[in-house]
Each structure stands twice: as structure tokens, then as C-alpha cells.
Design a binder for this molecule. Structure first.
Ligand SMILES: Nc1ncnc2c1ncn2[C@@H]1O[C@H](COP(=O)(O)OP(=O)(O)OP(=O)(O)O)[C@@H](O)[C@H]1O
Ligand SMILES: [Mg+2]
Length: 215
């Protein structure tokens, strides 16, 4: 299966899970043997400190023009470029959407969070219009509590044929929260909860890859 050269995590909503998803995706691809760089496009630079501890290469680029120019160059240097997007809708987000091949939109399951994804979806639709269908885009639910009654209809209403909702949801797990503090990811952490979380991310990324490769 082909991997996207540039994989972005985007959602203007703070705390949706962009940095967590990015760091785990970068580590996952790296463990599969790919050369990976993470681009921290968030002014807060939360994922870069984490990547440094993980020992993975990263770049901090939060200027839209520099991002626009750098992403294709990095894509030539590395197998996969993972972009951690900012918690805002800005020129930075537009530059990322202009240059990525696949964008994943994490969303928390609350109705407020689900509704606010509408804005990023609009940006994504516009990028797709300009780029004749690129980037491929999908939403995933993040930090879902185990006992929650997921309103499948509400979820389905959220995704559309242009930006569908992935089947895999990432559960709310303490070990995921603990990962940055340990300078690690659930792929390296010990214990059953970390194993389960690792399997959860593995399913998510495999589904995303499959979706990316689908016609
Ligand atoms: N699946 C999960 N289970 C438990 N905690 C999670 C999960 N995903 C994210 N978190 C926690 O939620 C918080 C926000 O996540 P994260 O920093 O990845 O969001 P973000 O979208 O990058 O936010 P920002 O817009 O502020 O950059 C963090 O404390 C993170 O550890
Ligand atoms: Mg972040």
C-alpha cells in the first residue's frame, strides 16, 4: 500500500488530538521502517519537544509561505512528512491543505466539537476544488469514552462523501495522555493499556492508509 507523502492532522478546535495523532503517526511510520519528519506547524510547538524526546526528526515551521515551499522539499527528502496543524483556521491551515496528500481531522465526540469541524471541512472542500480532489480527507473520533453511546447518526451526518468518517475510533486512555510526559508513545510503553492503545492506533492508521489507497 502506498503511503501519503504528506500526512496532515488538522482541526481548528483546540485539544482535538492533532499533536497526539501526529506524534503517534510519525512514530508508527518510523517503526515500519519509513524515514519520517514531523512538521510542527503550531505556534505553540507542543509536538516538537515530544518528537525530540522520541528521537525523531522534526521541523518547526509556522509561517504559511515557508510551509508552502518546504513541504514538497521535505517530501523529497523523507518517505513521509507528518504535519501537526495549528488550533486555528488560518493561512497556515490553507498552506497545509494546499500541500498535503491526506488530511485526518480528529474530533472529540461532543456535539460542540462535532459541529465545529464544519469549519475545517469547508476549508478542505475548497482545497479539493482547487486541487482537483486532493487532499484525500477523513474525520476520526478521538478520546471516545468507553461507555459512551455513540450517536452513529450524528456522526454520519458529520461526514460526507467528500470527507467521510473513519470506522475506527480512538478511545480515551490515560496512557495516551501520559505519553508526552514520558517522551514516548503507546507503541513503546509497557502494560496492557498501552498495548490496547497501540492496537487502536494501528487500526486507525491502517484504515487511513486503506482509505488513501482506495479509488
Ligand atoms: N485518545 C486520547 N485519550 C486520552 N487523552 C487524549 C487522547 N487524545 C488526546 N488526548 C489528550 O488531550 C489533550 C489534547 O490533545 P492534543 O494536544 O493532541 O490536541 P491538539 O488538537 O493538538 O490541541 P491544540 O489545538 O491545542 O494543539 C492532551 O492532553 C492529550 O494528551
Ligand atoms: Mg497541538
Amino acid at each position: 500500500m502506498k503511503s501519503p507523502k504528506v500526512l496532515a492532522f488538522a482541526n481548528q478546535k483546540g485539544g482535538a488530538g492533532k499533536s497526539t495523532g501526529s506524534a503517534h503517526a510519525a512514530d508508527w511510520f518510523s517503526q515500519k521502517g519509513a524515514s519520517v519528519v514531523l512538521v510542527d506547524a503550531d505556534g505553540q510547538q507542543s509536538s516538537s519537544a515530544w518528537l525530540q524526546e522520541l528521537g525523531l526528526p522534526y521541523k518547526i515551521i509556522s509561517d504559511p509561505e515557508t510551509l508552502f515551499e518546504s513541504l514538497p522539499k521535505l517530501a523529497k527528502e523523507y518517505d513521509v512528512v507528518v504535519v501537526d496543524g495549528p488550533g486555528s483556521l488560518s493561512e497556515v491551515t490553507k498552506a497545509i491543505l494546499a500541500r498535503c496528500d491526506l488530511v485526518l481531522v480528529p474530533s472529540r465526540e461532543s456535539i460542540i466539537d462535532l459541529r465545529s469541524t464544519g469549519k475545517i471541512l469547508q476549508f478542505i472542500r475548497h482545497a479539493k476544488e482547487l486541487r482537483k480532489g486532493s487532499p484525500k480527507a477523513a474525520i476520526f473520533l478521538n478520546a471516545v469514552s468507553k461507555g459512551s453511546v455513540l450517536l452513529r447518526e450524528a456522526q454520519d451526518a458529520l461526514g460526507d462523501s467528500l470527507v467521510p468518517l473513519l470506522e475506527t475510533v480512538v478511545y480515551d486512555r490515560q496512557c495516551i495522555k501520559d505519553a508526552p510526559g514520558q517522551g514516548s508513545t503507546v507503541f513503546h510503553m509497557r502494560g496492557k493499556p498501552a498495548k490496547d492503545a497501540a492496537a487502536n492506533y494501528e487500526s486507525l492508521f491502517n484504515e487511513a492508509l486503506k482509505f488513501f489507497n482506495d479509488k
